[in-house]
Design a protein. Structure first.
Length: 157
């Protein structure tokens, strides 16, 4: 049944992972001569021109993970006929949300040294994969509860 609470959880998890592509994850402060410039680190990387010097670094693995997490959460909505498969896809999406943070830390560590920042400010976009992780966890728990309910009803017959 598609009108269950796990559908809402999975849809929201998918929506927030699509939303993260337009939000900055971290803001780097770069000091050149006497000016300070803010550079946004998004899921696609860093792109900025500072004093006619182009800074362009792509972080496509982060973007691919956010895309896969969003797509898997959305696909899991329509797997309501096979609850065990639906739960497994939700858990894979949960794992990808954790992988987002691992890959983000690697890129962040590399980029802060590469562009020689003076300050790093964490933005609210970095909390969104945690929201997706929690929503996928709640969906897996609700799917498990549905499976137990169906199994208990099968015993009665």
């Amino acid at each position: 049944m598609i009108q269950r609470i796990q559908t809402v959880y999975l849809f929201l998890a998918s929506a927030v992972m699509v939303l993260i592509n337009w939000l900055p994850l971290v803001k780097f402060t770069i000091k050149n001569n006497e000016t300070e410039n803010l550079v946004d680190f998004t899921t696609f990387g860093i792109e900025n021109n500072i004093n006619d010097v182009a800074i362009y670094v792509t972080t496509y693995p982060i973007a691919i993970i956010t895309f896969l997490t969003a797509v898997l959460s959305f696909i899991a909505i329509f797997m309501y006929k096979n609850r065990t498969k639906q739960k497994n896809v939700a858990l894979i999406s949960l794992f990808l949300s954790l992988m987002f943070y691992a890959i983000f830390i690697i890129y962040w560590w590399y980029l802060k040294d590469f562009i020689s920042t003076t300050q790093t400010t964490i933005s609210y976009g970095l909390a969104i994969p945690a929201v997706s992780l929690i929503l996928n966890m709640l969906a897996a728990k609700a799917i498990n509860a549905d499976e137990k309910l169906v199994r208990s009803a099968d015993r009665i017959r």
